[in-house]
Design a protein. Structure first.
Lengths: 223, 1008
């Protein structure tokens, strides 16, 4: 999922300072699962804003909506009937959702209520960790199912650097060395000799962000 | 007319018009007798290869209608029959019909075709334009309905020489009957519709074109057969003299049209478009062909036509504006030498094939019948006379007309009129609706849940169609070995009436709960067998067919062993599928017998009155305070009627009719529901009261409006007007005609442009109408009409001729150099490039009148609310350009009037009546059946991904509040697109579930 976390309330209050009528839009997709932008967070954030504004003596009208997803035009269009009644849309979806709002409602500012952080998964209740950078050219079959692009701080492709010590990364002693994990995993799979000794050639990063904004066109599905 | 009325209608003529009338009437609850003089229904449309402007295969779209007509329990086909006379009075006629002897018994013949194969006598096939052959015993074309041959007595060896009778010997059903005699029937009907169609102009009358003398001069209808894959050359473009591929082909337009010297002063309306179509299709066959169309004006006036014409020009088809003076054959090559004048110069060219675009006219038999019936004909061309504001009524009360017999027209307009005629004809007998229908007896449905499959297999010989190639007994024995099969037998004809009785008996005796028929195509026969199942209480979906004829014996004639093996494979697959068939539920929903008509102009009011006359209640919702729409601004017609008087009377009828509720000042604000059960909210000004209307059908007649131009100083100079403004000013006496010396009209203002690439259809005849009016009021007034093509189609051509006779000057301009208008004080200077003179004409004008485009009225929001589609130009988009011209693709919603496309008042009236007819087929029913083969969603699996929402061509699925896709069985058409696209496999199309298809494939591979 796309993992995000709430922006500090102060930042949000500053963002909406000049408005007294806003539309707060949550998303039932990834951000609902990582407890940052679902129905419940919409209610929390709305009351937090109302309370803050009340104490300032400037009341604010907030309409709360949670859409199935904010990354499909059909769902984004569901607020068409009333979006125009508000001065701003505060979206607590990921960055995609905020941008879709901005693209569909050109007259109304779309504001982000979250910081979109990474693509990852839940390790336990309340803990999420990054797993993928969307490089566009997966190598997990070579690295024992552990991503060197994401898990190694330097995204190295051919083994650990000199900064790996006792299984930890020199960047942060709390962070596991990605390559240590890979080597252990390859050994456990009995693939160490065959995989690790093989030099992985220079990666073509054009499928990653280096190639500019990306787009997928599936001609077989287009209508 | 106090006598008893009869709930039956006779439709005379079995072309597309008659077929459509018959289907609409039968579906609306009337018994129909469809009388056709030739051996089968289908008419001219069956002969066409493709249709403009969509290039749909003509037969492919027609054939399902023919099949439907042929098997409809309330339509009685009387083919090879003619109407002799009509006695009695409207509501209660006695029709005398002569049924010619076919010498083949319709009740026994199974259409196996053996007789045709074996008949030794050949002759030229009329159906193939005499370019191909048929036998003495024949079915005119393979898809003919009824599929029963006739014996042509004129050439049959037995009838001529008393010997032969081969057909009788080979007929496996014993259907040949040489003793049959003509039969005279007397049939009681309440009304009659004449859909007598046309024949093409006899091109021999234009001797200078050499038709009949030169083999390579063919008519356009013959060329259709040349193009057709089922035609005499199997779809190869060959020329008759040497069966070689021609390279250069010419079309000569207006052969037998727009020709007063031949007594045909009308335009045949369709020839420009069919010539363009034939050229486009010919080019698809062979891109190297050089194609030239010699024309007078290109009359691409219908919906989507102008774009089609433009695409032909882009594709390199050459258009030469010239009337060809003569055609000569070159003796050695049989090529054709054409002489014509272009831009003042005589030119000569050779072609290898010449196609004469022949006009349409009522046949001599048609004229004779009209005379017998006391139906008056137009002096121009002998088409049926109809009052302008009642275009479906003949001069004999109770006798109605549609199609080309009423005036030249294309297929969609014929279909519209056919539906419309069914509405007006049945309005007079609507109290008798449903009194003469067939009642079917069904046993209550047997519950089979929990039962093990018990499958019966019936293998058909189809005479020798299957049995001559496939070892039917071996297939039958093989079927007995398949899992769940408890019964297998073979039949000479599984579709025969006695076999149906036998199947029913076996189902009951053996306790079958699934039936497989291995025979022909489910397309034609599945409904019959399903019916049989229902009659003994089996759910009709517990049936499966294996097509061992079309897909086996017919295509593997040379490999009997292989074919038998394949037939076994097909049966094994069918049985595997049958074991998994489930009974499907069909829900019955009551129909609200009330219509909503949106728009209170001519179209809307006509529709409202139409519904009321059919005995249905109507809401007529109009946005403005008054009814009437555009018609309030029309003061005269070409044929001399008084539209304002008509309008006044119509408003009176609409507002006082007890079944019509008129709601003016009302705006539609919401809409929901399915066919039969809609609910629409309106907001009524000035109090803004909200009212909810509940209705079963909807007609959108939201109209159009005249384009207010930005061109030609309009709005800047007081002497520049639109046609509607001119008409208004003349009518109100606001124009000082004595002061005027010269008026210039400019055509195509805002039409046929890049921004609005369609022809507005009506502006040419409106210009002619107003020019004639001005000439009538001020004979010395000089009137110029600057035009691109004059499109006074059909019988309107007469008025164009009249305008020229009265001295109106028509000057062609070319779109590359359009006219220019400059102001010089009070006067206006019009400059126009005259392409023949190669010089500018400068006209000083007192008045410049712009013939501006017709635009649809603002309807975007409304269209979104009703979920209906629009064209790029904003006109409503019909479900099918040719055969469903008033239906939207969503059921229960219909369109008419200018909102569909520009049209004249009489055409609007026809279309509005057509909408009534189509809607009545639904309103006539007390309940509709929904469900059956529809898509079903498994909510737990749904990911709310929206792919089904996007894939559905009818806009049915939506994601509900709980986040899963919902597909309303009442709206689903069962096309299966969503089921195929669903990435989660959350959607299954009932009757075609994955499990079934997998079982079929596995059954197939088991045998390999």
């Amino acid at each position: 999922m796309i993992v995000a976390q709430a922006k500090p309330i102060e930042e949000i209050l500053e963002m909406i300072d000049k408005y007294d009528k806003i539309l707060l839009v949550g998303c039932k997709g990834c951000v609902a699962v990582c407890a940052a932008g679902g129905e419940k967070e919409v209610q929390f954030l709305a009351s937090a804003i109302r309370t803050a504004r009340k104490t300032q003596g400037r009341e604010i009208e907030i309409r709360e909506v949670t859409l199935e997803r904010q990354c499909d035009p059909e769902y984004v269009e569901q607020i068409r009937g009333f979006a125009g009644d508000y001065q701003a849309i505060l979206s607590i979806a990921c960055g995609v959702g905020v941008q879709f709002m901005a693209e569909h409602y050109r007259e109304i500012p779309a504001l982000p209520g979250l910081n979109t952080s990474f693509m990852g998964g839940a390790l336990e209740q309340g803990v999420w960790s990054e797993r993928c950078q969307g490089c566009g050219n997966c190598v997990l079959h070579l690295t024992g199912g552990i991503c060197p692009i994401t898990r190694c701080s330097k995204s190295l492709l051919n083994g650990p650097c000199g900064g790996s010590s006792n299984g930890k990364c020199e960047v942060d002693p709390e962070v596991d060395c990605g390559w240590q994990l890979i080597i252990e995993r390859l050994k456990a799979l009995g693939e160490f000799e065959s995989r690790f000794m093989e030099i992985v050639p220079i990666k073509d990063w054009s499928t990653s962000r280096d190639g500019g904004p990306r787009k997928i066109v599936r001609e077989d599905m287009r209508q | 007319m106090t006598g008893r009325k009869i709930g039956a209608v006779m439709v005379v003529g079995g072309g597309i018009g008659g077929v459509q009338s018959a289907l609409d009437l039968a579906e609306a609850g009337y018994k129909v007798y469809l009388v056709e003089s030739s051996p089968s229904i289908g008419g001219r449309m069956a002969q066409l290869d493709k249709t403009f402007p969509t290039n749909d295969c003509s037969m492919c779209i027609l054939s399902p209608k023919l099949v439907e007509c042929g098997r409809h329990p309330d339509i009685e086909l009387l083919t090879y029959s003619e109407l002799l006379g009509l006695e009695g009075e409207p509501g209660n006629f006695r029709a005398k019909v002569l049924k010619h002897a076919r010498y083949v018994r319709e009740d026994i013949c199974t259409g196996c075709g053996t007789c045709q194969q074996k008949c030794p006598r050949r002759t030229a096939s009329e159906f193939d334009g005499e370019l191909g052959e048929r036998k003495a015993i024949y079915v005119p074309y393979p898809q003919a309905i009824p599929n029963v041959p006739v014996i042509d007595k004129q050439i049959c060896t037995y009838f001529l020489k008393g010997k032969c009778r081969v057909c009788e010997k080979v007929c496996p059903a014993g259907a040949i009957d040489f003793e049959q005699e003509d039969e005279e029937l007397e049939i009681e009907v309440g009304a009659v519709i004449l859909a007598l169609g046309y024949e093409t102009f006899d091109a021999r009358l234009r001797g200078e074109y050499g038709y009949g003398r030169y083999k390579n001069v063919v008519t356009s209808l013959e060329f259709e057969r040349i193009l057709s894959a089922s035609g005499p050359y199997r779809g190869e473009i060959l020329r008759p003299s040497d069966n070689e591929h021609p390279r250069r082909i010419a079309w000569i337009q207006c052969t037998g049209s727009r020709d007063t010297s031949l007594g045909r002063g009308y335009c045949s309306s369709v020839c420009c478009m069919y010539a363009i179509k034939e050229a486009i299709i010919a080019q698809e066959h062979d891109p190297n062909l050089e194609l030239t169309i010699f024309y007078n004006d290109i009359r691409a006036f219908g919906k989507g036509f102008e774009g089609y014409y433009e695409s032909a020009k882009k594709a390199g088809i050459r258009f030469v504006k010239s009337i060809v003076s003569d055609v000569k054959e070159l003796p050695r090559t049989k090529d054709l030498f054409i002489r014509y004048v272009e831009d003042g110069e005589v030119k000569e060219e050779n072609f290898e094939l010449v196609v004469l675009s022949v006009g349409l006219e009522p046949s001599e038999q048609t004229k004779l019948l009209a005379k017998k019936l006391g139906v008056e004909l137009e002096p121009c061309g002998g088409f049926c006379s109809t009052p302008f504001f009642n275009p479906l009524s003949t001069t004999r009360e109770g006798v109605y007309v549609c199609g080309v017999f009423q005036g030249p027209k294309d297929i969609p307009e014929t279909v519209m009129q056919a539906s419309a005629a069914s509405a007006v004809a049945s309005a007079t007998i609507s109290a008798e609706r449903g009194t003469m229908l067939q009642q079917r007896q069904y046993l209550p449905e047997k519950q089979i849940k929990g039962e093990k499959p018990k499958i019966g297999v019936f293998v058909c010989h189809c005479g020798i169609n299957i049995a001559a190639v496939v070892d039917v007994e071996a297939v039958r024995d093989y079927a007995r070995t398949l899992p769940h099969v408890v019964w297998a037998e073979d039949n000479l004809f599984t579709c025969a009436q006695d076999t149906q009785e036998r199947i029913k008996k076996v189902i009951q005796e053996e306790g079958l709960n699934r039936v497989v028929v291995a025979a022909c195509s489910p397309r034609t026969h599945e409904p019959l067998f399903r019916q049989t199942l229902m009659e003994v209480g089996l759910n009709p979906y517990l049936f499966e067919m294996a097509n061992i004829r079309d897909q086996c014996s017919w295509v593997h004639m040379k490999d009997k062993e292989g074919a038998t093996q394949k037939a076994k494979d097909l049966v094994r697959m069918a049985v595997a599928n049958a074991a998994l068939l489930e009974p499907l539920e069909r829900e019955r929903l009551p129909v609200r017998k009330r219509a909503l008509v949106v728009g209170g102009g001519l179209a809307g009011m006509t529709a409202a009155l139409g519904f009321a006359e059919q005995g249905f209640e109507v809401f007529l919702v109009e946005r403005e305070a008054e009814l009437g729409g555009n018609m309030r601004h029309i003061y005269w017609t070409l044929s001399g009627e008084d539209p304002q008087a008509f309008l006044e009377e119509m408003i009176e009828r609409v507002t006082t009719h007890p079944a019509i509720q008129v709601i003016t000042n009302a705006e539609v604000v919401d809409h929901e529901g399915v066919q039969g059960n809609f609910s629409t909210g309106v907001m009524i000004a000035p109090t803004m009261t909200y009212r909810k209307l509940e209705h079963g059908v909807t007609v959108l007649a939201t109209g159009g409006e005249e384009y207010k131009p930005k061109e030609y100083l309009y709005g800047e100079h007081p002497a520049v007007l639109t046609q509607m403004e001119l008409e208004e000013r003349i009518a109100r006496g606001e124009l000082d005609l004595g002061e005027l010396r010269r008026v210039v009209m400019i055509q195509c203002v805002g039409s046929r442009t890049e921004q609005r690439p369609y022809c507005s259809r009506i502006c040419c005849s409106v210009a002619v109408k107003n020019a004639l009016k001005l000439k009538e009021l001020a004979p010395d007034l000089e009137i110029h009409v600057l035009f691109r093509d004059i499109r006074t189609y059909g019988l309107l051509e007469q008025y164009y001729t009249k305008a020229r006779e009265r001295g109106v000057i028509f000057t062609r301009y070319i779109p590359e150099r359009p006219p220019e208008v400059e102001a010089e004080g009070n006067r206006l200077l019009v400059k126009v490039w005259e392409n023949t003179l190669k010089d500018d004409l400068i006209l000083e004008a007192d008045l410049v009148v712009l013939s501006t485009a017709t635009l649809p009225r603002e309807n975007e929001e409304l269209a979104a609310m009703f979920k209906v589609q629009r064209t790029l130009e904003g006109f409503y988009l019909e479900a099918h350009m040719k055969l469903r011209p008033v239906d939207f693709s969503s059921d229960g919603i219909y369109m008419c009037g200018l909102a569909h496309s520009p049209k004249l008042m009489d055409e609007t009236i026809s279309q509005a009546q057509a909408a009534v007819a189509r809607a009545s087929t639904l309103l006539a029913k007390d309940e509709i059946e929904v469900g059956g083969v529809v898509a079903r969603v498994e909510p737990e699996l749904c990911a709310a991904c929206l792919i089904c929402v996007r894939a559905c061509p009818y806009g049915v699925p939506y994601i509900c509040e709980d986040g899963y896709s919902v597909i309303d069985p009442a709206k689903c058409r069962g096309c299966g697109n969503c089921a195929a696209e669903c990435p989660q496999k959350a959607i299954q199309l009932q009757h075609y579930r994955d499990e079934q298809l997998v079982a079929k494939v596995l059954a197939l591979t088991r045998g390999i």
